[in-house]
Design a protein. Structure first.
Length: 102
């Protein structure tokens, strides 16, 4: 059984027991959260597709921790113009564990 959920502007295919990193959520470590924007639920051959959301479907998850991703380096340069600009970015994330799909 798996589901497709939408959180943080992205879509994730999740199943029970899975761990994944999503965009930063305002939740404490150890807290259980409910992801209610479920786009699809599949159980074997049975497939429920929402338009745009599946009504009554939820995904329960537990927050395992918060962190910051790897640094992404941005470098801009215009040749022969003596223009160079360097910048870095680290995206915040929340690591969750999927408990179940209802």
């Amino acid at each position: 059984m798996y589901a497709v959920v939408k959180t943080g502007g992205k879509q994730y295919r999740v199943s029970a027991g899975e761990k994944l990193r999503i965009e930063r959520l305002a939740a404490d470590v150890g807290q259980e959260i409910v992801l209610d924007q479920v786009l699809l639920v599949a159980d074997g051959e049975a497939l429920k597709l929402g338009a745009p959301l599946v009504s009554g479907a939820t995904v329960k998850a537990r927050v395992l921790g918060h962190g910051r991703g790897e640094k992404v380096h941005i470098f801009k340069m215009r040749r022969r113009k003596h223009y160079r600009k360097s910048q870095g970015h680290r995206q915040n994330y929340t690591e969750i564990e999927i408990l179940g799909i209802a």
